[in-house]
Design a protein around this ligand. Structure first.
Ligand SMILES: N[C@@H](CCC(=O)N[C@@H](CS)C(=O)NCC(=O)O)C(=O)O
Length: 225
């Protein structure tokens, strides 16, 4: 039903050990490998240098509807992170948790009112336009099911237009340095072509994807085929 693997981050052992000393055991990330929601958490863990155990949840087999899983997340969705006795569900919530607990520099979740508001604005876009636009288009192409094509294209166009305009002014979505907002938007944008939503009209988004991919510790989101 579940399979698991330990992920270590080459060259990042010092910070990893420091982080580990705060937890009794390795964190466990319950995930589905092709999910962009899960990728944003995985990539943040590797960027922070935190080793973790990846627990693959058998969505097709209904493992996320089992009582044991629903105790961790009553919504029955991955990702879920177990950090000792702390259980956090929801991709964006996990990003916030990891930033506040493990990012000593505080740059991933900046605290000025303007920056904090902008991060939240992009997290909201990740949970709305991105989830119901590019992510849904991809799910439809990869796993079938009915998708309102006009609707996903409308949402994708709005989102990518807003991102392109923002990235004309700055290197990352909130400023000159990456934040959790960039990680939340990255995966499903990078794989938008898998939902037949090409990024050809958005050169600044393409440059931004490359900047995210160049971050030390970055791990790619798996391709569907
Ligand atoms: N709001 C949730 C959405 C996560 C989500 O949609 N997860 C999908 C996989 S990408 C899932 O678990 N789907 C199973 C289901 O909803 O039954 C989050 O951000 O974590």
């Amino acid at each position: 039903m579940h399979s698991s693997a330990i992920h270590f981050v080459p060259g990042k052992y010092h910070s990893a050990r420091m982080n580990l000393s705060r937890s009794a055991s390795l964190m466990r990330l319950h995930r589905f490998a092709l999910s962009g929601h899960c990728h944003r958490v995985e990539v943040f863990l590797t960027l922070l240098g935190i080793p973790f155990v990846a627990v693959d949840v058998d969505l097709a087999g209904g493992a996320h509807r089992e009582p044991e899983f629903l105790r961790m997340n009553p919504f029955g969705q991955v990702p879920v992170l177990e950090d000792g006795d702390t259980v956090v569900a929801d991709a964006n919530a996990i990003l916030v948790y990891l930033a506040m607990r493990y990012d000593a520099g505080g740059s991933w979740l900046p605290g000025t009112p303007r920056e904090a508001a902008e991060v939240q604005r992009w997290l909201s876009a990740a949970a709305s336009e991105l989830a119901h636009g590019p992510a849904l288009a991809r799910v439809g192409r990869l796993f079938g099911g009915s998708v309102d094509r006009a609707r996903v294209e409308l949402l994708a166009g709005r989102l990518f237009g807003a991102m392109e305009a923002t990235l004309a002014e700055r290197a990352f979505l909130v400023g000159s340095a990456p934040t959790v907002a960039d990680l939340a938007l990255y995966g499903y944008t990078a794989r938008a072509n898998e939902g037949d939503l090409p990024l050809d009209a958005y050169p600044r988004i393409a440059q931004w994807l490359a900047r995210v991919e160049a971050l030390p510790g970055f791990v790619p989101m798996p391709r569907a085929a």
